[in-house]
Design a protein around this ligand. Structure first.
Ligand code: C2E
Ligand code: CA
Ligand code: CA
Ligand code: CA
Length: 282
């Protein structure tokens, strides 16, 4: 009876009802998306600030349901996570990223970065799945970076956290690198940096944006994160670099790598081929 009452509230609030219908529609659509070939990966270059060379590419998922406009990942990824559809979708993403990245790594030494949801990491066979996929595409284990966020560890028991750390550690023993995404946006960034096996920190775009607002606190913060990372021998990538001024500031602060519209938005695999062949730095 309690639940029925709750449902009625939903039914009579038009905005909520609309959102609910939209979710149901998107969930049904997402179930079709993998098999229907509606998913595409774009790739955004990660560049070396000192020389401008492409060092890695981040795979970013795009979904265009037939006959409608593309749905942004910020909308469909959370639904995929809640419904569990992120597991088959994430498997497809890794598969496609390894297939595309194989030639980029062979020719240019580029690594590929893939976003991983907590739900995927919790799958029993995650490590085997990752290593098996790498092997299938002949991609050396060192060419793959997995991006995790601290939010995936929220509401996790200490025992479960230990298990996830063991999974990440096993992957690292195979040369797969772990990047902490959106670093600095959560509540426990520093404590996770202390406990998680991490090779790369990706400093969130909000830091980059605030830098050019002449925000002294953000500058001090960014500088401290970069220094801490350097002393831990953790690599750093700054996200969301849109202005030349930001790139200059960050390089001066000691950040080696950057990503953002200043260099390139996420583009198709074909466009990455072109960018790499125009960039004769090897
Ligand atoms: P993210 O992993 O933090 O990815 C960076 C987002 O910032 C991307 O948005 C990218 O297009 C955008 N971006 C890059 N440079 C700039 C810039 O200079 N300025 C601004 N304003 N934005 C920039 P996108 O592609 O819409 O992806 C949104 C989020 O969706 C991602 O955030 C990630 O959390 C999630 N996502 C995307 N693909 C996947 C996937 O394959 N698996 C999972 N689990 N999550 C994914
Ligand atoms: Ca990411
Ligand atoms: Ca990010
Ligand atoms: Ca994000």
């Amino acid at each position: 009876a309690k639940n029925a009452g709750k449902d009625q509230v939903t039914v009579f609030a038009p905005a909520l009802r609309h959102a609910q219908l939209e979710r149901t529609r998107l969930t049904a659509g997402l179930r079709q998306a993998v098999e229907g070939g509606e998913l595409v990966l774009n790739y955004q270059p990660v560049v070396n600030l000192a020389g401008g060379e492409i060092r890695a590419v981040e795979a970013l998922l795009r979904w265009s349901p037939p006959g409608s406009r593309p749905v942004p990942p910020d909308v469909f990824i959370p639904i995929a996570e809640e419904t569990g559809l992120i597991v088959p979708i994430g498997r497809w993403v890794l598969e496609q990223a390894c297939a595309d990245a194989h030639r980029w790594h062979e020719q240019y030494g580029i690594s590929v970065t893939v976003n991983i949801s907590g739900r995927q990491l919790r799958e029993e066979d995650f490590t085997e799945m990752v290593l098996g996929t790498l092997a299938r595409y002949g991609l050396p284990e060192g060419a793959l970076v997995l991006e995790i966020t601290e939010s995936m560890l929220l509401a996790t028991t200490p025992a479960e956290t230990q298990r996830l750390i063991a999974v990440l550690t096993a992957l690292r023993e195979h040369g797969v690198r772990i990047a902490m995404d959106d670093f600095g946006t959560g509540y426990s960034s520093l404590s996770y940096l202390r406990t998680l096996p991490v090779d790369i920190l990706k400093i969130d775009r909000s830091f980059t944006t605030a830098l050019t607002d002449d925000d002294q606190r953000t500058r001090a913060f960014t500088k401290a994160i970069l220094e801490l990372a350097a002393s831990l021998r953790v690599d750093t990538v700054v996200e969301g670099v849109e202005l030349h001024e930001q790139a200059v500031l960050l390089q001066r602060m000691g950040c080696p790598l950057a990503q953002g519209y200043l260099f390139s938005p996420p583009v198709s695999a074909l466009q990455i081929d072109n960018l790499l062949s125009l960039n004769p730095w090897r």
